[in-house]
Design a binder for this molecule. Sequence first.
Ligand code: TYC
Length: 106
Amino acid sequence: MTAHDDRQPGGAVVERTRDKAITPKLYRVLLLNDDYTTMEFVVAVLEEVFRKTPAEAFRLMMQVHTEGRAVCGAYTYEVAETKVDTVRQLAARGGYPLQATIEGGE
Ligand code: TYC
């Protein structure tokens, strides 16, 4: 890590900066399987909320269906929370018990 030399022509140092990259922690958002939410609804959620292509959305939906859960994406905490909240609202509006959860941040 190098401190930049911010000396002015007159010799005064006005400011020091560092080349330190800030890496935000990422939080995984998972969808959970249940017996009642339709496959079509889950595919639509994956396309609209998680911006997946139709093929990737179908693949992920099937992974949740067969394995019980799958990671749908990794985001900063605020974005992850908003995704979970949006899934809850859409599920409630559709009358489905679909659930999403957050893990990680380490
Ligand atoms: N298991 C559901 C069914 O058979 C489909 C499903 C997939 C539900 C993924 C939730 O996150 C889920 N209709």
